[in-house]
Design a protein around this ligand. Sequence first.
Ligand code: PLP
Length: 393
Amino acid sequence: MNLSRRVIETPPYLFHLIDAKRKAAQEKGIDVISLGIGDPDRPTPGFVLDLMDQEMRDPRNHVYPSYKGEPDFCTLVAEWFSDRFGVTLDPEAEIMATIGAKDAVSHLPFAFLDPGDLGLATDPGYPVYQTAIRFAGAEVVHIPLFEQRGFLPDLDAIDPKVADKAKIIFVNYPNNPTSAVADEGFFQKLVAFARRHHLVILSDNAYSEVYFEEEDRPISIMKIDGAKETAVEIHSFSKTFNMTGWRIGFVTGGKELINAFLTLKSNFDSGVFMAVQRAAARALKHPDAAGFHQQRTALFKERRDRIARSLKDAGFRFQLPRASYYFWVRIPDSYASAVAFAADLLEKAGLVVTPGVGYGPSGEGWFRISMTTPDHRIDEAMERLEKFVKEQL
Ligand SMILES: Cc1ncc(COP(=O)(O)O)c(C=O)c1O
């Protein structure tokens, strides 16, 4: 059988691999606690289920959806966008529904890259940025993120010749895996950089609603003058309403950019189940949404502080997350690699963490902990981690 180079050269998907390791450990009788994937442990809230129940029973929702997203989905998203980010979007031209953020991340590069082009991606980063650039036949240029710069890219350090040759830049704030946040000043510089080098910014804002303090409330790049002509912003309902399994998100951007993506997407898939679109969009404006958001923030703040206490006591180096679900932590000095540390932690403590190198070369020396595990399991995980450090290091 002739497999494509695309398949042969693509390593197994990071979380698929981690899942296999977790299963193998469980089969050996180890009681494994996963702090790996960022999949909320709490269910989708009841008010969203009620909306879905109504929409699902409406036969008008049972036919093929429109490729771009239903007009009422786009209108409700535009209203929410204006309330939440203070940005006016044209629902007809500047919003498009997607099958979650991953659909957008994995397919947008095809709209802007040709074989032989360059695509910039911040490193460490969500692994799909790199694979999507490669699938489009282009080459990935890693833009390293350093702790001392708050895990924001140093745009001035990018070789202008490379920036001129590149066609896109992926950024992601709030950031997975480092949990860093970016302010308006950063996005202004980024838009100016992109305009100077004729780049399309693909700004992944999947964690826009997962933050801890009002002062860290994420903004939209669409707020910046000129952004609509040079950026596409990616959004997701997965983290906003614990809807990872529902597969719904959207992208925003100027008409030309959205149209380019629509040309592709109308050939890739046939849209998102209309009932899901309508339930999700109505959820944004639902009177219970604010209460749900407050409860979720309180829950994750408690978990964050619980985990931070243990990591500190155990002597790990990390910064307190300001947004997203993740802790980005230095591996102990006695380990040569993040993979070796993660493997040891699984074998000796039954804990799954993600080795940082899975997010790109700059992730070497780091590991990621996700807070999306029930509280009693987090307590147990932290006890095991502290014991592991005392006994093994
Ligand atoms: C940075 C980032 N972008 C996109 C996604 C995909 O989100 P969705 O579930 O909407 O496809 C994830 C999922 O973990 C993510 O961490």
